[in-house]
Write a protein that binds this ligand. Sequence first.
Ligand code: DON
Length: 317
Amino acid sequence: FNTIMYAQKAADISTISEKTLNSILEKNRTYSTQGKVADYIPELGKMDGKAIAFSVVEKNGRVVNVGDVHKKFTMQSISKIIALMIAVNEKGESGVFDKMGYFGTDKPFNHFSNLETTGKPLNPMMNAGAILTTSLISGEGEKPFLKILEMVRYITKDQTIDYSKSVYESEKSTGHRNRGMFYLMKNNGLISGNEDQLDNYFKQCSIELTAEDLAKIGYFFANQCVRFDGDAKYKNEEVAKLVESQMLIAGMYEFSGEYARTVGLPSKSGVGGGITVSVPGRMGIGVFSPALDQHGNSSAGYHMILDLVKQYGLSLF
Ligand code: DON
């Protein structure tokens, strides 16, 4: 009986309308008052906790946006999936995963005690692995960062996207824990460069975009690295599968297992309040609401995704 009810409730994906997204957004707006805006990076603490936006990009590239659609925020950890794609394109999968694991985690994003045990980061989604991944992208100085920025501009088809200098400065001046990981990995022989490489990580976290841009990134990985308008310059099924698998097992950090149970889709969060979601072969979802839950994931964002997934039967499982 439940199965029949569920099948009837799962509406046709091509009917996702502004009205539907709006009603989900309004239903979950209240969660933005229950979480807390990240303030461990002082510049992030200045964000408007009440801002909220919800976007989807469907199979045909059609974009639907509701809420504070023009509001920009920093992508933070969501940049890690772009860096992973570039590093793997350059070095091959083994060139990256020789140096880190494919492991899931029960630990927060800035956990790094395994650098003392196995000597290697757990995965490329947590900070240690992400800092290492960015250091593997070729080029002197800020060149690796510029490759990440160019890739974000390509995927979103928006050449105006840039990074926030003030957030970057704030990250750099307070990121001592990340600096500690950087030097531990240098000590372990995983990183050979200088602190420019860590700066590239701080800069990639400071790239500013909208919820719509996140939906386009989600779409890209959901569709074998083909852009929302059909451009297939970077088409690569294996890289998309690799990135999506990491999003699924560690994209929401220690919440990833419970998230896989409730949402059941590859997703990546950032402490700026964004979450990007890939519905494999189908669509991308982008949400923004800066108040975070205890795991560092957007609180209203999670609940908006959950409602959309339930309404349209989008879970993989
Ligand atoms: O490394 C940091 O502290 C941040 N710039 C990025 C962390 C982040 O977004 C973690 N994810 N939720």
